[in-house]
Design a binder for this molecule. Structure first.
Ligand SMILES: NC(=O)c1ccc[n+]([C@@H]2O[C@H](COP(=O)([O-])OP(=O)(O)OC[C@H]3O[C@@H](n4cnc5c(N)ncnc54)[C@H](O)[C@@H]3O)[C@@H](O)[C@H]2O)c1
Length: 273
């Protein structure tokens, strides 16, 4: 079944790096889209979409796409923006809405969201957006999808497939949550490995570049470059979400390796300055 997009109202909650292009994409696909953000700057820059920073002004919608930022506070995942957004939706909606959580969340978050509602269709469709190439790695790319139940999966699949977004369905919300943080934690570990390798090479006056290139001639080795340390918010945040799930000496080691590498680069700059 393909949805009649024109009859459905969609609200994108959180209009930042991910929410803004998401709202535009949904609009381009014929839905009636509203935007909501607590930051007035974000709502003033999203023409032609009607966006509000006063929640009361947002009409009741059929579908909510949650793209708020998630964080790390006091040594723990901070999901307060997701819970705040979903609480507002729960209070507004009289009809059973479809909520698609696209933010990266700690494992267990989506199920807690479901408990905030009497009735809800809920899916987790974590974003893989990369601002470096939004055409290839933007809103429309293969996305993992996990859902609360069969009906939620059907509704959410209809929504995303109506916009040509290819999906990889998984058996639960938790699999989708875990898969997303795994992707970024895996990348983090790969980078931390070459950072540590580069430091070891430098210590022994062995050219890192040559070691890397020669090792990469083996069919199952693909060492990355060691650059300026792991930047941005997503990779450092998501590896920590994974590391909170139990004993994780490898992940903790990778975090420490990256910290030491960045410290080393800073010292080198000071010396050469
Ligand atoms: N930036 C990326 O490339 C990227 C890629 C993949 C996944 N993600 C994930 O997507 C999520 C969003 O990331 P982002 O980079 O767009 O963040 P962002 O900070 O650019 O945007 C988030 C927006 O949400 C708004 N917001 C916060 N709390 C809110 C609330 N309670 N109600 C309404 N609006 C609220 C903020 O004002 C902000 O404008 C994060 O979980 C991130 O980990 C980001």
């Amino acid at each position: 079944m393909v949805v009649n997009s024109n009859s459905l109202k969609v609200c994108v909650v959180g209009l930042g790096n991910v929410g803004h292009p998401t709202a535009s994409y949904i609009h381009e696909n014929g839905y009636l889209v509203y935007g909501y953000d607590i930051d007035p700057q974000k709502t003033s820059q999203i023409n032609p979409i009607t966006a509000f920073c006063e929640w009361e002004k947002v009409p009741e919608c059929n579908i909510y796409v949650v793209c708020v930022n998630t964080g790390w506070k006091n040594g723990k995942p901070d999901m307060s923006n997701v819970f705040d957004a979903c609480q507002k939706i729960a209070e507004k909606n009289k009809v059973k809405p479809l909520i698609c959580i696209e933010s990266t969340v700690a494992v267990g978050t989506c199920r807690k969201v479901a408990e905030m509602f009497d009735e809800v269709y809920l899916a987790h469709v974590p974003h893989r957006f990369w601002a470096g190439d939004p055409h290839k790695h933007g809103v429309k790319q293969v996305r993992v999808i996990g859902a609360l139940d069969h009906e939620s999966m059907v509704k959410a699949k209809n929504f995303y497939e109506s916009m040509g977004i290819p999906l990889y369905p998984v058996s639960s919300l938790e699999v989708a949550e875990m898969a997303k943080i795994t992707e970024n934690a895996y990348r983090f570990v790969q980078i931390a490995f070459v950072e540590q390798l580069r430091l070891l090479c430098e210590k022994h006056n062995i050219p890192f570049k040559e070691v890397r290139e020669s090792a990469n001639t083996k069919w199952n080795v693909e060492l990355l470059e060691a650059r300026d340390g792991i930047k941005g918010e997503c990779l450092p945040k998501d590896i920590r979400y994974l590391a909170t799930l139990g004993e994780a000496p490898l992940l903790q080691g990778a975090i420490e390796a990256d910290r030491k590498y960045i410290e080393h680069l800073k010292t080198k700059k000071l010396v050469s300055a």
